[in-house]
Structures are given as C-alpha cells and as structure tokens.
Design a protein around this ligand. Structure first.
Ligand code: PLP
Length: 490
C-alpha cells in the first residue's frame, strides 16, 4: 500500500477517542459506529505497530478511549482504575479540561516554533520554572520531546563538556543492572537490560554496568538471618561504581546514570547513605552524576525532583513524563552552571537538537500542569499519603506468593516468589505464563497496572498523584483476589 493510499484509508475510519462515551455502549468512530460486540481492536490492528508488544494471530490489544480522574475506560465502556498513571505519567489525573484549554489557546497563538537559535515565551518560562525547582546550581534547561532524548542529550553534553575542558578521553558511562534508560542506541547502551539490547547489538559502545540496590536480593553477607545491614549494603553497592571507574580508567569515564528509585526490577529505593557515597565517588574521579528522573520527578516520590527526597545534588537531571502529566509530550535535560559554562563563550555550539523539543504547546501545558501541582499541593499529598499506600500494600504479605513490597512515594513494586522462605524465583517459562496471566487477570478485574519480568517478577504500581485511601484499598483488594487465585494454582 502506498503511503497516500494508507493515509486516505485511515482518514475515512479515523478514531476520535473523544467521541467515545462509556454509556453509549458502542464505540463511535468518526464516521460510523463499531457494531456492538466488535471492538476497535479487530478493526484497527492491521496497521498499528505497538511498542514493546507481541503481535500475531489472536492478539488484540485493549483499546483505551477515555479517562477521568483515576479512571480509564475501554472501547466497550468498561472502566478500570489507572494504577500506573498511563505509564508513570498522568500525575494530575485524567480529564483536566484546563490543560486541554491551555493547549488549544497556545496552538491558536503560536502552534509551533523550534528552539533552534530562537526562543518562545512558554519555553523560556518553563525553563525558569524547572530551574527554580532544581537543586544546587542546576539551572540550564535543554528541552527534548521525551525521556530517551533527555538521556541521550545528557550523555552528549557529558562527552562534549570533557572535550571542551581538556579531558577528551572521558566518554564512557556507568549505570545499574536491570535499569531502563530508553531505547535509542545511546540510551540503550546505558540501559542495563541485555534482553532488550540483544536484537540491536552492537549498540553504542561505552556503557558499563554495576549492581543495583535491590536489598531483597542483596548478597547474603548483608542479610544474614535477622541481622540486616542495609546501610553497609548501600556502601557496598556505591563502591561498585568506584570499582568500575577504576577498572575502566577514570580518564575514560564521563558519567554515571542513576534513577533515584530504579523502576525496572520493581521500584528499587536507594539504601540510606547510597547517594551520599555516589556523590563522593563522582567528585573524586571527576565523573558526572546524572539523576535520571524520567519517572521519579514531578511528585512521584513527593518532590518536584526526587534527588531532593534523597538529599543529593546531581550534575544533570533528565526528566519527562510527569512534566505535562502526559497532556502533551516533552522532556528535558537540566545541567549545572559548571557544565554550561564552556558552551557559553560566544562561539562553541552544542550541535544537538530536536524539531519538537520544547514544543510551545507542550511547554504551555507543562506550566499549567505545574500550576495544578502548586494549587492542589500534590507533592505534600504524596508525602502525606505514601505511608498509608505502603501500609495498604504491605497487607499482601500474608499471601505466600508475595515476597517483597518496596518503593517510595506513589511508586511501588510487589515482587512475586515461588517460595517465600527461600525467595525462590520462578523459572523463565513459569514466569512468562504467571505474569501473562496475572496481568490479564488484574486488567479483567478492573486494575490497569504492569507486570514486569525485566528483573524478578514484579507488579508495578504508580497511580495518579490525586489517589487516596479508596484507590489504595481497591488496588489491594484486586491484587489480593487475583494473587490468591494464582497462588492456589501453583
Ligand atoms: N529513563 C527512564 C528512567 C525511564 O523510565 C524511561 C521511560 O520509561 C526513559 C528514560 C525513556 O523515556 P521515554 O519513553 O519518554 O523516551
């Protein structure tokens, strides 16, 4: 099919999600209604190639058509609790017409202009706002369209910064095992998931891995019987970074990329003292510390930037998702003044950019989204309610299949195990079938969240930041019923 024929075909049956009403019972497409019983999935999957998804006979994706607050609806009118904020993104909840109106106003005023040698009022204002929230002297904001580009940008800044400051050999990066940092070749080289990299090897050279801080899976040394020493584990894990820098040669290492709370592997928090030690190591070896906050920024842990929650000042922050609560795409790399300085001499250029980076509509939406954060005190809300979210999830410990509940803020992972006493993990085959089943059973029971087998088997939870005890209880009740059922069949 030619591109133009394809376009015409799709145009004639274009989906208009806003036209779908839950009560109508049938999904409305712009020019016609889908017959009751049929779904858009059957109609539309001929052309759409989904992300991180399997395709093939019999596989039809759920189609989500509408959202309001913490609830989403599919094309059959069935509702679900959004237990993952879309993809760790919809912080202020769905259906905020205020954000849609801001987007419409900005598009009518100036729909698009690039930041390539020009500025726009909304980009200037959003950069100022982000800088005002950022710690230390992190004040220079480079906009992207999403998280991967922010990570890619940070690595390029690190490389060029060292070339400009007389250490041209510094180009390698260190990150943690199982951590996800994005999908382009550079970001993929930072990502610590061999399974996601294998199809695309060789990826950009220069990425090296150190252990993550999953205390539940820490070496026995730190968890002997009742005597656990999480602080010593944190020092040990941080020291692996120093070791990797020494192995590679400090003159070759540019940066360390770490999430405040690591998502892949299941909301893995830093042990006390971990980031303090990492900061020392980075200073000792003149290696830049990048806080990858694509998930953790904008209230997920309870502050605008999660490095504040753990008391460290990085050299760069990468962020995206929650900046607009997903109402329009944007991302950013925020650098310290020290990093920006060599680019500020009137002649040096950072030869890097994205057509849509810092899009004026997204920037306007970002500002309005952050206004909502301030007005509704969302960060305080997360801080105040995180203990009850954790306590509610910890009730699940009475189920034999629940090995660990971990996380911070509104960001938790529930790790499933075959044998709680020994922490025995499932085999690959068991895991695939278990998680596939759990994922669809949770969804059928009305909870959208994610099962993740990138490390051990975990269920990931990150509801919108407006959630409260009602939502925590619903999440716990659905998990309990599905995991009880699954557990009884093991
Ligand atoms: N970094 C982290 C920590 C992430 O969690 C993600 C995505 O989830 C990315 C980078 C990539 O972001 P994006 O999907 O917006 O490109």
């Amino acid at each position: 099919m030619t591109a133009s024929a394809g376009t015409a075909r799709v145009r004639n049956r274009a989906i208009e999600p806003s036209a779908v009403t839950a009560s109508a019972g049938t999904a409305r497409v712009r020019n016609r209604a889908i017959e009751p019983g049929a779904t858009l999935a059957n109609e539309m999957t001929d052309n759409l190639w989904l992300h991180f998804a399997r395709h093939g006979p019999g596989i039809t994706p759920p189609i989500i058509t509408r959202g309001e607050g913490v609830t989403i609806w599919d094309d059959r009118g069935k509702s679900y609790l959004d237990g993952l904020s879309g993809l760790f993104t919809v912080q202020v909840g769905h259906g905020r017409t205020e954000l849609a109106e801001v987007a419409a106003r900005q598009a009518s005023t100036l729909a698009f202009f690039p930041l390539w040698g020009y500025a726009t009022p909304t980009a200037i204002e959003l950069a100022e706002r982000l800088a005002s929230y950022a710690p230390g002297d992190l004040s220079r904001v480079f906009f992207t369209t999403g998280g991967t580009e922010a990570v890619e940008t940070a690595w390029k800044v690190a490389k060029q910064y060292f070339k400009l400051t007389g250490k041209p050999g510094k180009h390698k990066v260190i990150s943690r095992s199982i951590a996800y940092h994005g999908t382009t070749h550079g970001a993929l080289a930072i990502t610590g998931l061999p399974r996601f990299k294998a199809p695309f090897e060789p990826v950009t050279p220069g990425g090296f891995r150190v252990p993550n801080t999953n205390f539940y899976r820490a070496p026995e040394l730190f968890r002997a019987g009742q005597h656990t020493d999480i602080k010593a584990f944190g020092q040990w894990a941080a020291d692996r970074i120093a070791e990797a820098i020494e192995f590679e040669g400090p003159e070759t290492v540019a940066a360390v990329f770490l999430e405040p709370v690591q998502n892949a592997g299941g909301s893995i928090p830093p042990p006390p003292g971990y980031f303090e030690r990492v900061r020392e190591i980075c200073d000792t070896y003149d290696v830049l510390l990048v806080s990858d906050e694509v998930i953790c920024a904008f209230g997920r842990i309870g502050s605008m930037f999660a490095c504040d929650d753990f008391g460290y000042v990085p050299d760069m922050i990468t962020c995206a998702k929650g900046m607009t609560s997903g109402y329009s795409p944007i991302g950013a790399m925020i650098a310290s003044e020290r990093l920006f300085e060599p680019f500020n001499d009137g002649s040096t250029m950072f030869a890097h950019g994205y057509t849509f980076g810092g899009h004026p509509v997204s920037a306007a939406v970002g500002l309005a989204n952050l206004d909502i954060f301030e007005r509704e005190g969302l960060n305080d809300h997360v801080k105040n309610h995180a203990p009850s979210f954790r306590a509610t999830l910890e009730k699940l410990y009475d189920l034999p299949i629940v090995g660990d509940v971990r996380g911070e803020g509104f960001f938790y992972g529930v790790e499933l195990v075959k044998d709680k006493a020994t922490k025995q993990i499932f085999t690959d085959t068991e895991r695939r079938s278990l998680l596939g089943h759990v994922s669809s059973a949770l969804f059928q029971a009305g909870l959208y969240c994610r099962t993740d087998d990138r490390g051990d088997s975990v269920i990931q939870l990150a509801p919108p930041l407006i959630s409260g005890q009602t939502e925590f209880d619903t999440i716990e009740a659905i998990l309990r019923s599905v995991l009880t059922d699954v557990g009884s069949r093991l």
